[in-house]
Design a binder for this molecule. Structure first.
Ligand code: NAP
Length: 216
């Protein structure tokens, strides 16, 4: 797939690098320095290049939206028309000092994002794990049982693309339902962050859901 990265920070930089190493064509965009985008593209080693958000968006089969909530409008403006585009978001609706969700219970970041770009195909994935674990999960993808990764959205095509990318990174994709499930998943992410950054053992943390007993 051709993947545009909108926001090449901790999440976008690492996921874009993994996508490129997994064989996708990646455009890194939206960082404060052009040099950083060039460096990411060079270090990714696959088919990766730096670009503007507009360039990243227009050619892409899928976009990864990985910016702070306060930057969403800016990056979407720079990206331009996203009609029909698959937009995979890992962005959480956090306030300026990252202490609370600004959309919750009656809405969610994923739903608010979908309202901003109604012609795009929004799906949420990757936002429920810390960036610190991504390279380890990728490195372990052929060894033993994979960690789960939930994704949710209302668009089948977007969900299929997300599931493929999740598998490529080394997780076991778990379809959690429609986009409004973000109302449960986004607060869950704060629990994951608590365990990752305040718990013992450090932030290289992922999760796995298991079913026990007979089906049904
Ligand atoms: N980090 C995590 O572990 C994690 C986990 C789950 C979900 N999330 C969510 O994922 C999203 C991205 O998080 P992140 O940690 O990857 O954020 P980040 O490291 O701060 O990356 C954000 C990117 O946006 C760029 N940016 C910020 N302001 C800009 C501006 N004015 N002009 C151009 N570029 C600008 C940054 O540029 P620079 O590169 O120059 O700083 C960076 O590349 C957030 O919504 C967060 O809540 C993060």
């Amino acid at each position: 797939m051709r993947i545009g990265i909108l926001g090449s920070g901790l999440m976008g930089g690492k996921l874009g690098t993994i996508f490129a190493r997994a064989g996708h064509e990646v455009v890194f965009s939206y960082a404060r320095s052009e040099e950083k985008l060039k460096r990411l593209a060079k270090q990714a080693k696959g088919k990766a290049r730096p670009g503007t958000p507009h360039e990243a968006a227009q050619e892409a089969d899928a976009l990864l939206l990985a910016v702070h909530w306060s930057r969403i409008d800016d990056v979407l403006n720079q990206a331009g028309d996203l009609a029909g585009k698959v937009v995979v978001t890992c962005s959480l609706p956090m306030n300026a000092d990252d202490t609370a969700l600004v959309a919750a219970q009656t809405s969610s970041g994923a739903e608010e994002l979908a309202k901003k770009i109604p012609a795009a195909r929004v799906v949420a994935a990757f936002g429920t794990v810390p960036s610190e674990v991504l390279f380890d999960v990728y490195a372990a993808r052929r060894k033993g049982r994979r960690p789960s990764l939930i994704y949710y959205g209302d668009e089948r095509r977007a969900k299929n693309a997300a599931a493929r990318l999740i598998r490529d990174v080394g997780f076991d994709p778990l379809d959690a339902g429609p986009l409004r499930i973000a109302r449960y998943a986004e607060p869950f992410t704060l629990l994951v962050a608590q365990l990752a950054y305040e718990g013992k053992g450090g932030p290289r943390l992922a999760y796995r859901f298991e079913r026990f007993g007979k089906r049904g």
